[in-house]
Design a protein around this ligand. Structure first.
Ligand code: NAD
Length: 241
């Protein structure tokens, strides 16, 4: 597990029994060390989640070069450096193809899809991350690596959100049809979704499957399977572990 903040990194890694590899994802040399630590610990990488992100909000006419650059460096360059360095570990030895697809999940943002005032730097970088995801998905399919992105809306209870003015948070929350912001657990469940194995999902009867003969259930489209997983998130999350 990586984070820029060594204490937060150690604490989070200890909580899930992972090794801590603190470091700055905007520094390719640090990224090489982080990926090297993962290689030493496990010798292979099954799942990579690019989650590092910062915001430097300002209206565009008052946005400094540094505000623009720093957000792109963490969100877009960081993901690029990590993906590039991690490919050999994700791909594994050429002579031993992985038993199942390896996974990359990039954490984008819903503002990348619809924009938000005062966040041009963050929105552009997160939209770039979606572009990176789409191209890598096509480029790495031949290596049996799936690349996906999730785009959360407002998430409360994180350091990033805590930096925002309370009035802004309230305004955004008031526009959410569900009437509440998301939680880090909601995002964790969404990140886990692309990690699910299709066959395991097919085996799980959903509301539609109960009404259909089993053969028809096996022919369900991927979209239906994902919808089914979304309706059964706790079970789906358990499966992904
Ligand atoms: N909070 C929200 O409302 C929200 C909404 C959509 C997407 N996101 C995205 O979710 C992800 C997690 O954000 P969060 O809300 O949990 O905020 P957070 O600040 O708690 O987490 C972001 C983490 O990124 C780390 N980080 C920052 N720069 C780094 C660097 N150079 N190298 C390594 N690590 C670095 C920080 O130390 C921090 O722990 C981010 O990518 C964020 O953009 C958040």
């Amino acid at each position: 597990m990586n984070d820029l903040d060594p204490d937060a990194c150690e604490e989070a890694a200890a909580a899930i029994g992972a090794i801590a590899a603190p470091g700055d994802v905007t520094d390719p040399a640090a990224v090489a060390r982080i990926v090297g630590a993962a290689a030493q610990a496990g010798g292979r990488l099954d799942v990579l989640v690019n989650n590092a992100g910062i915001t430097r909000d300002a209206p565009l006419h008052r946005m400094s070069d540094e505000d623009w650059r720093s957000v792109h460096e963490v969100v877009l360059f960081g993901a690029f450096y990590v993906c590039r360095a991690a490919l050999p570990l994700l791909r594994g030895p050429r002579q031993i193809p992985p038993a199942r697809h390896r996974k990359v999940v990039n954490v984008s943002s819903s503002v990348a899809l619809h924009g938000a005032p005062g966040t041009a730097n963050y929105t552009a970088a997160k939209a770039g991350l979606i572009g990176l995801t789409k191209s890598l998905a096509r480029e790495w399919a031949r290596h049996r690596i799936n690349v996906n992105a999730v785009a959360p809306g407002l998430i409360e209870g994180t350091r990033l959100t805590a930096q925002k003015p309370a009035a802004l948070i309230e305004r955004v929350r008031s526009q959410i049809p569900l009437g509440r912001a998301g939680t880090p657990e909601d995002v964790a469940a969404a990140v886990a979704l692309p990690l699910l194995r299709r066959r395991r999902l097919r085996d799980r009867p959903g509301p539609r499957a109960e009404r259909r003969p089993r053969r028809a259930g096996l022919r369900r489209s991927r979209r239906e399977l994902l919808l089914h997983a979304a309706q059964n998130l706790p079970a789906a999350t358990r499966l992904a572990r």
